[in-house]
Structures are given as C-alpha cells and as structure tokens.
Design a protein around this ligand. Structure first.
Ligand SMILES: Cc1cc2nc3c(=O)[nH]c(=O)nc-3n(C[C@H](O)[C@H](O)[C@H](O)COP(=O)(O)OP(=O)(O)OC[C@H]3O[C@@H](n4cnc5c(N)ncnc54)[C@H](O)[C@@H]3O)c2cc1C
Length: 338
C-alpha cells in the first residue's frame, strides 16, 4: 500500500490520504471512511491517477460536494476521487448575444452562478441559485428545479478515463429529469455552458424571482439541519413529499434520522444518525407510499459504498459501488475542445 500511495502522490500531484472519514464530506453527514482519498491537481494528473489505480486494481468513486450522496456505514472499499475547486481555471468566451462559460467540475455551484451574474448572463440563476454542490455534481445529476436544469445550458463536457481526456457534446449524455448517462467510470473534468446576456430589466426581474425562491426554500426546507436535499424524485404528476406526508410519516424517526417535520421529502440528521438510520427511513417511505397510494418512489439520492446491513433488493437498482476501468490505450490521448 505504501508504494501505491507514493506513486499516487507523484502522479496526482495532490493530496493522497488513507482511511478518510467521509461523513463530514457529505451534507447529511453519515457514513464510513474511504480506503483512499485522492485529489488530483489537474485533468492531466487525474488521467495519470486513474491509470495507476487501474493498474493496481483499485476501484474508484467520484465525490463532488456530497450534497446528493449517502455513503454506507461500511465506507468505500476503494479510492474516492475529489476534484478540487481550483482544478481548472474558469474561462469565458464571447458569442454574439451571450457567452460560453467553461468551469472545472470541482467548482462550487455558487461560484458558477456568481460568475454568470458578473457577466450579466440570465437564465441560470433562476433555477441554480440555492442548489448546493459542485459543477460536476450538477451535470451528473442534471440538477435543477421546475424553472430549469443543467440540460438547458450545457453544451459539452470533458471527461477523464485511464485512457485520456475526451470532450462529449451534451446530446451524448441523455440528460433528463435528474438523470445523466456518462460513459462507465468516466469522471467529469470540465463543463461548458452557453449563457445569454440579459437587459438590466431582465436581470433585475430574475434577481427578484431568485430572492423569492430562496425565501421559499428557507421557509419550506430544513436548511438548518444536515440533509441531502430531496430524497426521492417526484413521480410523474405527483410530489414525493406530498405522498410521504399523506402516508403520515412527517416526523418519523429511526435512530438519529428523521423525516423532516418541515418537508417530508427531506431526511434530516438529528446529530448522531447512521447511514443505516437514513436507509430505514427511505425504506419506510417507499413501502408506506406503495401500500397507501400504489406508487413506487425512486431515490434521487445516490447510495454509495458498503451498507451494513446490506441494502434490500428494492434498493439494489439505486446502489453504486466504486468502478474499476482498465486502460485500453497504450498512451493517454487528449481530444480537443469541439
Ligand atoms: C439543501 C439541499 C437542497 C437541494 N436542492 C436541490 C434542487 O433544488 N435541485 C436539485 O437538482 N438538487 C438539489 N439538491 C441536491 C444536490 O444539491 C444536487 O444534486 C447537486 O448537483 C449535487 O452536487 P454534488 O457536487 O454535491 O454531488 P455529489 O453528491 O458529490 O455527487 C452526486 C453524484 O454525482 C457524481 N459526480 C459528482 N461529481 C462528479 C464528477 N466530477 N464526475 C462524475 N460524476 C460526478 C457522484 O459520483 C454522484 O453519483 C439539494 C441538496 C441539498 C442538500
């Protein structure tokens, strides 16, 4: 292991640590440790790092801001790769009536919104303000609200695999409601979005709408307690929160976790929750809504790593384990930005 760590330190040119507790790296603050945590310095170092992990047979998982992820209490048997906020520099390119903005996948979503606002861009703030996490997480989840989502502005992404860096058009990602299909094991390194410039009146109108939306979030969501946002995607034509509330589950507790008394589609950590407590509430909500309304709820949150006890069959489709990709090319390739 110490040889591997030494090699990873050289190739990643960044932080490499062993047995890193992950709970504090997710917004709901539950879960175990990662065997290894690696923060490569830039996209090229990331490709080299993936090559080393592939050769050593160590699977990996990418964690962004952890705002949509529940790590199992058994942690991650492999490497967690985190993309730092300064992994790539932000780039603005002028277009006729707007601009493109290219940001590193580790950039905080708030920085993305601020940068677009500084450039007098419109459209993004109306849905992205108030969504925590990173640009990589926003793409991987196609984050959004009823006012819009990443799919509305995303033009292309750069991804890393052990073979190199490749740009993919957004049309290749099958973006839909909280869904994005990346090539297996690929890690997002950069995202490029197209933004329109708005008039002063349009920008002022958008800012007023954003303030109202943030006030609404503060009054309707448990933002002062650790949580991972909406636990379930909304079933077609319905709201998961409304269904869970109708099943009488607001305030239900398992160990240190609770179905929020403010919004039934949020599970909060009251202080000492385990991932298993959260999973028990997820199952309680799924089973109760199925019994009461014959509707199947599907988790929006990502259940990652080793759960103890193991997840039951109804959650298998939503369970993610670290991935191992072998190198296929002899030399790393870098495709140019389309
Ligand atoms: C209070 C609160 C409110 C929220 N409100 C909303 C909302 O209104 N709308 C909404 O859509 N979401 C919302 N969320 C959920 C969350 O903010 C979004 O899903 C966000 O985009 C997750 O980003 P992240 O960086 O934290 O992702 P993470 O939780 O770290 O990761 C989520 C998934 O993305 C993958 N991923 C992350 N980075 C990369 C990368 N570089 N390459 C490949 N895969 C990657 C991870 O592997 C994981 O599968 C909310 C969450 C909270 C806590």
């Amino acid at each position: 292991m110490s040889d591997l760590i030494e090699t990873l330190r050289k190739t990643s040119r960044g932080e490499v640590s062993e047995q890193v507790a992950l709970a504090s790296r997710t917004s709901v603050r539950v879960g175990g440790a990662a065997k290894l945590l690696v923060r490569p310095r830039d996209p090229e170092s990331l490709v080299a790092t993936l090559g080393v992990l592939a050769d050593a047979g160590v699977p990996w998982f990418t964690l962004g801001g952890g705002a949509n992820t529940i790590i199992g209490d058994g942690g991650i048997d492999g490497a967690v790769i985190r993309i730092a906020p300064d992994f790539c520099s932000d780039e603005i390119e002028e277009l006729g009536d707007g601009f493109t903005v290219t940001m590193g996948a580790g950039a905080p979503s708030g920085r993305f919104v601020s940068l677009v606002r500084e450039q007098n861009g419109v459209g993004l703030a109306s849905w992205a303000s108030g969504i925590p996490g990173t640009v990589g997480g926003m793409v991987a989840m196609n984050a959004g609200t009823p006012s819009g989502s990443m799919a509305d502005c995303l033009e292309a992404v750069e991804v890393a695999t052990p073979d190199g860096l490749t740009w993919l058009g957004a049309d290749k990602l099958k973006l839909s409601y909280r869904h994005c299909e990346l090539p297996r094991g690929a890690i997002l390194t950069r995202a490029r979005c197209k933004i329109r410039r708005g008039s002063e009146a349009e920008r002022a109108h958008e800012q007023r709408a954003v303030r109202l939306d943030l006030d609404k979030r503060r009054s309707s969501q448990p933002l002062t307690q650790p949580n991972s946002g909406s636990v379930f995607v909304n079933p077609l034509g319905n709201f998961a929160g409304r269904l869970i509330e109708a099943a009488g589950l607001k305030g239900a507790r398992r160990g240190g976790a609770q179905i929020s008394t403010k919004h039934a589609n949020f599970i909060v950590n009251l202080g000492e929750a385990t991932a298993n407590d959260v999973v028990e509430l997820i199952l309680l909500a799924m089973r109760s809504v199925k019994n009461a309304a014959s509707i199947e709820l599907h988790p929006e949150v990502r259940l990652v790593g080793t759960f103890t006890p193991a997840l039951p069959p109804e959650l298998h489709a939503f369970h993610r384990l670290p991935v191992l990709l072998a190198r296929t090319a002899a030399a790393p390739r870098k495709e140019t930005n389309p």
